[in-house]
Write a protein that binds this ligand. Structure first.
Ligand code: FES
Length: 330
């Protein structure tokens, strides 16, 4: 968390296990829990060791109220360690968090909305579903996708808000998301909000363009952590800065560059805006780029000349690349 950000101390009030892989954490701040817009996230300093924390962002679940903030965390055994550390927390533990923020805002002029969520991507869409359901004259439908029925977390809460406007798809039982049919049922002015793994974003973008819809009406957020390979430590060389950096498995390249004092532009830190993209000058034989962003096009990924430092990583043996930050002071 940057020093300039407002911080709050919170107590973990309640931990609820919602499925074999998802836990909900109710956080009670020492000061007042500020309100937030549906789709907002909470920056959390996750304790990963004695006196060591790593920054993570978790979507706020539901609409604000009750003087608490609720987040849900999917356990990712092969992730960078944030979720494992969150799952080690106990009720009564204390955390440092930032103020709620949003990069995924609901357009209040929308009259027809399709919400599309997969896995833990349901979290930012819950508040949106509740807000839209309460709004008069808005047509809303939500499709929630999960591998198993037990992973349809928050579906009861969603059904309460949406009734039969909630449709669930359990892929493990052979059900399939028919995106083309979902989009065909929408009016030309409809908007679609998507949250889930990068593969869902890619599918949704493709189907949206194929349907001839305006790109501005497709809005998305991803969790940027679902790479093709488990997170591993890797090395980057930056000849322009005379630096060689080891990036631990529980850190992002962007964090490592910032720690080393290398200027890199960044905004979303979730693989969406592309601002943090660095140039790949060379890859050691045996090294592959594990692109985890939703910004670069398939052609840019295939070219392997750029990677988004906030989420993408290197994998292989060795895992080493020569990079240059795109930032130039002049
Ligand atoms: S900061 Fe937005 S893609 Fe990395």
């Amino acid at each position: 968390m940057k020093a300039s950000q407002q911080t709050h101390l919170v107590t973990v009030d309640r931990i609820a296990t919602l499925s074999p892989t998802v836990r909900e954490f109710t956080l009670r701040p020492d000061d007042a829990a500020s309100a937030y817009a549906p789709g907002s996230h909470l920056p959390v300093e996750v304790p990963v060791g004695e006196r060591r924390t790593v920054p993570r962002h978790y979507s706020l679940v539901g609409l604000p109220g009750d003087g608490v903030w609720r987040i849900a965390v999917k356990h990712l055994p092969q992730g960078r360690g944030g979720s494992r550390a969150m799952w080690r927390l106990e009720e009564g533990d204390r955390l440092c968090v930032g103020a709620p923020a949003s990069h995924f805002e609901l357009d209040h002029r929308a009259t027809e909305v399709l919400l599309l969520a997969a896995g833990i991507g349901v979290t930012p869409l819950i508040g949106m579903a509740q807000a839209l359901a309460a709004r008069r004259g808005v047509r809303v439908r939500m499709v929630q996708v999960a591998r198993a029925a037990e992973e349809l977390v928050f579906s009861e809460l969603l059904a309460e808000a949406l009734g039969d406007r909630l449709h669930t798809v359990v892929t493990g039982t052979g059900q399939r998301l028919d995106l083309a049919a979902e989009l065909a049922a929408l009016s030309p002015q409809a908007q679609c909000y998507v949250c889930g793994p990068a593969s869902l974003m890619a599918q949704a973008r493709h189907a949206w363009v194929q349907a001839g819809r305006a790109p501005v009406d497709l809005r998305f957020e991803t969790f940027g952590t679902s790479g093709a390979h488990p997170a591993q430590a890797f090395t980057v060389k930056l000849p322009r800065h005379g630096l060689t950096l080891d990036v631990p498995a529980d850190s992002t390249l962007l964090e490592a560059l910032e720690r080393a004092g290398v200027e890199v532009l960044a905004d979303c830190r979730r693989g969406e805006c592309g601002l943090c993209a660095v140039e790949v000058l060379a890859l050691e034989p045996g090294t592959a780029i594990d692109h985890r962003d939703v910004f670069l096009s398939p052609a840019q990924r295939a070219a392997g000349r750029q990677l988004c430092a906030c989420v993408s990583r290197l994998s292989g043996s060795p895992a080493c690349a020569v990079l240059d930050s795109s930032y130039r002071a002049d």
